[in-house]
Design a protein around this ligand. Structure first.
Ligand SMILES: N[C@@H](CCC(=O)N[C@@H](CS)C(=O)NCC(=O)O)C(=O)O
Length: 219
């Protein structure tokens, strides 16, 4: 990787505003009262700056004050949670931390499958006959399975782990918000009505609500 100028005075988050992985990071920063300078990029543009920081060319990617680049979202949230100030969102206790990170893995895995559905439908490098409905169905089984598991693990409580907000809640809310935003033709609420009720309440939380993606153009 080429040397990077060490001149940043604020952490820069390379992101796109619709990215649910970036939303999770932004919500964690907001809960902790940490300032992030957002650098919005087009993830499919080859020379967007991310290519020099993250060889995987994915967002989010955090450029820290010392010029070090951190990815992916799971590493970035750990980086932010370890900075001084704000509530801890990843518990130190081993058992609780594992439970939080398993919920995060479910939320991120749901998103990975959802993103694959979206790319299968829209990626411009594919012709209509190359787009596979069977592949999309395979991904939907993962999305639906994750929703059922998340609802079961929430078990009617206000938070996924413990009695305070954690990374787990922010990861799940970011995933559900993205389903509404990008895949509204696959309604998830009938599959997980108790999870839907939880989301309706949690989505009003300022640190999460303030990270909503921009409204889509009509039509
Ligand atoms: N595991 C990664 C997933 C990140 C991801 O898939 N980001 C998407 C945007 S939502 C992206 O950058 N896609 C561009 C690409 O796949 O080339 C994370 O947690 O950060």
């Amino acid at each position: 990787m080429p040397a990077l100028p060490v001149c940043a005075i604020t952490m820069k988050l390379f992101c796109s505003l619709p990215s649910p992985f970036a939303r999770k990071v932004r919500a964690v920063a907001a809960e902790k009262g940490l300032a992030l300078e957002l650098v919005e990029v087009d993830v499919f543009q080859s020379d967007n700056g991310v290519d020099r920081l993250n060889p995987l060319r994915k967002v989010p990617c955090l450029l820290a004050d010392d010029g070090e680049a951190w990815y992916d979202s799971r590493v970035i949230v750990e980086y932010l949670d370890g900075l001084p100030g704000g509530p801890r969102l990843i518990p130190d206790d081993r058992e609780a931390r594992l439970r939080v990170r398993r919920i995060e893995a479910l939320a991120d895995g749901l998103l990975d499958a959802g993103v694959l559905v979206r790319m299968e439908r829209l990626w411009p490098g594919r012709s209509p006959e190359q787009r596979s409905a069977a592949w999309q169905d395979w991904q939907w089984t993962k999305v639906d399975g994750a929703l059922a598991e998340l609802q079961a693990r929430l078990a009617g409580r206000a938070f996924f782990v413990g009695d305070a907000v954690s990374l787990a809640d922010l990861a799940v809310a970011s995933a559900l918000g993205w389903l509404d935003y990008r895949l509204p033709d696959h309604p998830w609420r009938p599959l997980a009505p108790a999870l839907a009720d939880w989301y309706a309440a949690f989505a009003r939380r300022p640190a999460f609500a303030g990270t909503a993606p921009p409204p889509l153009p009509p039509g």
